[in-house]
Design a protein around this ligand. Structure first.
Ligand code: ADP
Length: 501
């Protein structure tokens, strides 16, 4: 066994061979500097594996491989039915390996295995299949002007796409980015988040097995400030698609400006969830719990600001607290009944704790949680699900994204106040509205400044429906037909038919 692979046994007993290299040109390779990053199991802080970390030289190699592949007849001129087949085959291989990939995801990220298997894996499989279906349906247009002219529009790929993904949904985010980029004929250098590279590197095996030509899909691991920055500022990269924090998104945007790259950004949020007096209370409680506690609260569109109309405020808070104490079982992510695993890293764990301190010192009322949750071994980055009430709009915990199992609940009097306060944020990713009044529901959905509004639910997401934000939550859309816009140019071709007149 070379240095590029390591035999591992996961906590659930699953044995497998983990690639440790960067995946460039359909091969796993060492980083030029020999630098590595060690992946940590967030459940017990043990080391899982050290994997090679890309520096600028490795990014150069990956981009060159992607450029060569982009121009190769094997990929550029492939029949679009065959391109679709490659994507279907890739999705099928991911599906066939779903238990293993879910194991790796849970080990590296900390999310419950039941969630990895039931949600994350179907999400990447469905998204890649969905875009496989588009590969032979990227249609141009003929535009009639006069008999003297023929004008038509072809949709062409952008070229080499740099894709930077976060650690909260490694496989899902890879699917959202690879599907639309590949079905439209681009080539890709995708950088995994340094906290969670293992499942992405494993996908390299499946890329090769599916039969993609070398260089079409490259996976690198590496630190944001090194590998990510090298990719975002690379002069031979045509597009950057980024998912992560708003602060980093702004950095990426600046770097992309160097050669005016096309960009798609999906960044942070502090999404409101508004519960009116006339809501179905059980439904509102069920969804608002999921909306903030799912995935350890590490969801960019988490509905982390709950606004409840004063008539049902006390009832709602009591029911929400009950739901947390019975529904948010915290513990070993490989156990069947676990709802909430550890936060992904020590840095995130400490970040959430610092917001807990901030909430206390600013005078909000701590209703539940507010401390690390000690699991059996006393190790790991577990946080007790935390609820603050009596929160005012100027408090840090009301305004800033916490990215943890941490919710703030506040009360309002009128619809006008609810809308105004829901919109009083620099973000605009998601928003939820609970009411049984159909007119009010649609009215408020229109009035809220957000890329997505859920009526009587929270965080519904589907590969067929556009996902993205307004304001400082992002630029552009992923998923659905809208996702194709992010990966194609429309080239206008003017044919002069009139010279003979
Ligand atoms: P977090 O702070 O939660 O880790 P980030 O937004 O910083 O979230 O990270 C999301 C992704 O962006 C990761 O893949 C990370 O490596 C990458 N990243 C971080 N900093 C930079 C940067 N300066 N340039 C490019 N990519 C970066």
């Amino acid at each position: 066994m070379s240095d590029l692979f390591v035999e591992l046994t996961a906590p659930n007993g699953q044995k497998y061979t983990q690639p440790r290299g960067l995946f460039i040109n359909n091969e796993f390779v060492k980083s030029k500097s020999g630098e590595t990053i060690t992946s940590i199991n967030p459940s017990d802080e043990s080391e899982i594996a050290s994997v090679y970390a890309a520096g600028p030289e490795d990014v150069d190699l990956a981009v060159a491989a992607a450029r060569k592949a982009f121009k190769s007849p094997e990929w550029r001129d492939i029949d679009t039915n065959a391109r679709a087949e490659l994507l279907y085959k890739f999705a099928q291989l991911i599906d066939e390996n779903k238990e293993l990939l879910a194991t790796i995801e849970t080990w590296d990220n900390g999310k419950p295995y039941s969630v990895s298997l039931a949600d994350d894996l179907p999400d990447i499989v469905n998204t890649i299949k969905y875009y496989a279906g588009y590969a032979n349906k990227i249609h141009g247009q003929v535009i009639d002007t006069s008999p003297l002219k023929l004008a038509y529009v072809v949709r062409e790929p952008l070229g080499v796409c740099g894709q930077i993904i976060p650690w909260n949904y490694p496989l899902s985010m890879a699917g959202w980015k690879l599907g639309p980029a590949l079905c439209t004929g681009n080539t890709v250098v995708l950088k995994a988040a340094e906290q969670t590279p293992l499942s992405i590197l494993y996908l390299g095996n499946l890329v090769k097995e599916a039969g993609f030509p070398p260089g079409v899909i490259n996976f690198i691991n590496g630190e944001g400030r090194k590998a990510g920055a090298a990719l975002a500022s690379h002069p031979d990269v045509d597009k950057i698609a980024f998912t992560g924090s708003t602060a980093t998104g702004k950095e990426v945007m600046k770097m992309a400006a160097l050669n005016m790259k096309n960009i798609t950004l999906e960044t942070g949020g502090k999404s409101p969830l508004v519960v009116f007096d006339d809501a179905d209370l059980d439904q509102a409680v069920k969804w608002s719990h999921l909306g903030i506690m799912y995935n350890q609260g590490q969801v960019c569109s988490a509905t982390s600001r709950v606004l409840v109309q004063e008539g049902i405020y006390d009832k709602f808070v009591a029911a929400f607290k009950d739901q947390v104490s019975t529904g948010s079982v915290v513990g070993d992510p490989f156990k069947d009944d676990t709802y909430q695993g550890p936060q992904v890293s020590k840095a995130q764990f400490e970040r959430v704790l610092s917001y807990i301190e901030s909430g206390k010192s600013e005078g909000a009322t701590l209703v539940a949680g507010g401390e690390p949750h000690k699991n059996a071994g006393g190790k790991g980055f577990f946080i007790s699900p935390t609820i603050f009430t009596n929160v005012t709009d100027s408090m840090k915990i009301y305004r800033e994204e916490v990215f943890g199992p941490f919710v703030v609940i506040s009360s309002f009097k009128t619809e006008e106040e609810a809308v105004r306060r829901a919109n009083d944020t620099t973000y605009g990713l998601g928003a939820a509205v609970f009411t049984e009044n159909i007119t009010k529901a649609h009215r408020v959905a229109r009035d809220i400044e957000a890329g997505m509004v859920w009526i009587n639910s929270s965080n519904d997401c589907d590969s067929r429906i556009p996902f993205g934000g307004v304001k400082q939550s992002g630029i552009g859309r992923e998923l659905g037909e809208a996702g194709l816009e992010a990966y194609t140019n429309r080239k206008a071709i003017h044919v002069n038919l009139g010279n003979r007149l």
